[in-house]
Every structure is written in structure tokens, then in C-alpha cells.
Design a binder for this molecule. Structure first.
Ligand code: NAI
Length: 253
């Protein structure tokens, strides 16, 4: 039986992914703030340590897939967004790497189409993320103002991190990929729709496909990347956004 570890398993895309794997007869170990097998706060070092040690204990050090869905939208305090969306992912990837290697496993990180927008080249916030400097990233994220900037930067940086890890992880036989959803009907999107600053724009916007995604539709993309059908896909960002990225920058990819 395959062992699948899913962060953010209590809601939205993580919950849909957990459902997908449970229905397929896999053993799911969910991590979330509440309502999960392991209740841990991925915004801080102690919570990440707790998540890693409990996963290693429950899995006997063998994991087939790690799916990182836990995340916060841009309506949350920017420093918290930086901590959860970037360091809550990289620390888990590092901490569970050996357990993935032991099974010839793989990891999939849920980024966002926001990762592909804007130009972050040389931006101090991106550099702080990539240097692994959480304190500086939190300060710069706060200085940047609205949490949407921290959100976009954290998602862009996590994709950069995945690409940078592709050699080490590939040589270890552990595939590592990311998914970039657009607008998915989850509590996170609803919070953005209710935000006084970005709410109207979020509500009014529809992707080229003419509708927002359902969480289960993104779970299927995640499951594809984690499956043997994607055995040669590594270091990739799979955009599953109903056409948002293609529409917004048709000549850049
Ligand atoms: P959601 O809000 O339904 O689920 C996110 C889960 O992460 C929640 O269960 C929450 O408790 C958990 N979480 C948040 N902070 C945490 C912490 N400190 N420690 C542990 N768990 C924590 O949101 P959704 O939409 O399912 O988001 C999943 C991922 O997809 C996120 O990384 C998000 O950025 C990304 N995404 C979502 C999009 C959307 O339109 N819903 C679009 C693009 C990306």
C-alpha cells in the first residue's frame, strides 16, 4: 500500500487530494492546523519539526509521495504568508527527502499561476527566500505592504527552489514537481473574493475556459504528477489554470 503525505489536507485542494488517494486505497497521512492526522503549524520551526518527526514515525521512514498543499492567500499578514508558503514547504521537503528516497518516491508542490506573473529577477524578497533567510523574508514581505506581494513572491520563489533542487533530487531518484493552479473554488479563494482591496477584481475575473476550477480537478493533476504516468517529468511546473498564464503572457513561457 502506498503512503502519501499531504499538507493542508483539511481543506480545499489538499482535502480533494486526500480523498483521491483514500479512494484509491492508499494510506494518507494528512497534516494541517486542525482536522488532520498530524496537527502542526507549518508557519514555525517547532510545528515543522513536529510534522516531520510524526510523519517519519507513522511512515517508518518510507513515503511514496509528499504533496505540499498547505498555503495562505494574500489576505493574510505578509510575514505569515512568507513563512507558510515558502519555508513551510522547503523545510518539509528537506526533512522528508530521505524517506522519499527510501521508497524511490516523489514530491509535488502546489504553487500558483501567480508564480509566473511579474518580474522577480534580482528582487530582494526573492533572494531572501532563496537564501533560506526566513527572518529577512518576513521583514521584506511586511515592508512590501499587501500580502498579495508576499503571496506572489513566495510562489515564484518556491518554483525557483524546486528547479534549483532538480539535480540533487534527480540524482537521488526522487522526482520533484510543482503545479500552478489559477482560480480554484476553495475557502482560500473565497477569502480573496471577500478582501476589501482585491475582492472585486478576484470576483470579476474569469479564466479563458470561462469558469474556475474545482479542487478535485487540481487533485487529478497532482495525482498525475505523482504517478508512474509522469515517471520522466521532473523539475517541472505544470500550469493548470484554465488558460490564465497563456492569456496574460502569450509570448513568454
Ligand atoms: P484552503 O484554504 O482551502 O486550504 C489550505 C489549507 O492549508 C487549510 O486547510 C489550512 O488550514 C492549511 N494551512 C494554512 N496555514 C497552515 C499552517 N500554518 N500550518 C499547517 N497548515 C496550514 O486553500 P486551497 O485553495 O486548497 O490552497 C491549497 C494550495 O493551493 C495553497 O498553497 C494555495 O496557495 C494554492 N493555490 C490555490 C488557488 C485557489 O484559487 N484556491 C490558486 C492557486 C494556488
Amino acid at each position: 500500500m502506498k503512503t502519501i503525505v499531504i499538507t493542508g489536507s483539511a481543506s480545499g485542494i489538499g482535502a480533494a487530494t486526500a480523498q483521491h488517494y483514500s479512494a484509491a486505497g492508499c494510506r494518507v497521512i494528512g497534516i494541517d492546523l486542525r482536522g488532520a492526522d498530524i496537527e502542526a503549524d507549518l508557519s514555525c520551526a517547532s510545528g515543522r519539526d513536529k510534522a516531520i518527526s510524526e510523519v517519519l514515525q507513522r511512515s517508518n521512514g518510507h513515503i511514496d509521495s509528499l504533496i505540499c498543499c498547505a498555503g495562505l492567500g494574500g489576505n493574510h499578514p505578509p510575514a505569515l504568508v512568507a513563512s507558510v508558503n515558502y519555508f513551510g514547504v522547503t523545510v518539509l521537503l528537506d526533512g522528508l527527502f530521505e524517506a522519499l528516497r527510501a521508497s524511490g518516491g516523489n514530491a509535488v508542490v502546489v504553487a500558483s499561476v501567480a508564480a509566473t506573473q511579474g518580474n522577480w529577477d534580482g528582487h530582494p524578497l526573492r533572494e531572501a527566500f532563496l537564501a533560506g533567510n526566513e527572518e529577512q523574508a518576513r521583514t521584506l514581505a511586511t515592508d512590501a505592504g499587501h500580502g498579495m506581494l508576499a503571496y506572489a513572491a513566495s510562489k515564484h520563489a518556491i518554483v525557483c527552489h524546486i528547479r534549483a533542487q532538480s539535480k540533487i533530487w534527480g540524482e537521488a531518484g526522487v522526482r520533484l514537481n510543482a503545479v500552478a493552479p489559477g482560480a480554484v473554488e476553495t475557502p482560500l479563494l473565497q477569502q480573496s473574493m471577500d478582501d476589501p482591496l482585491i475582492g472585486k477584481a478576484t470576483r470579476d475575473f474569469l479564466p479563458p475556459l470561462g469558469r474556475r476550477a474545482q479542487p478535485a480537478e487540481i487533485a487529478q493533476v497532482i495525482a498525475f504528477l505523482a504517478s508512474d504516468a509522469a515517471v520522466y517529468v521532473h523539475g517541472s511546473l505544470l500550469v493548470a489554470d484554465g488558460g490564465i498564464d497563456a492569456m496574460s503572457r502569450p509570448q513568454r513561457f
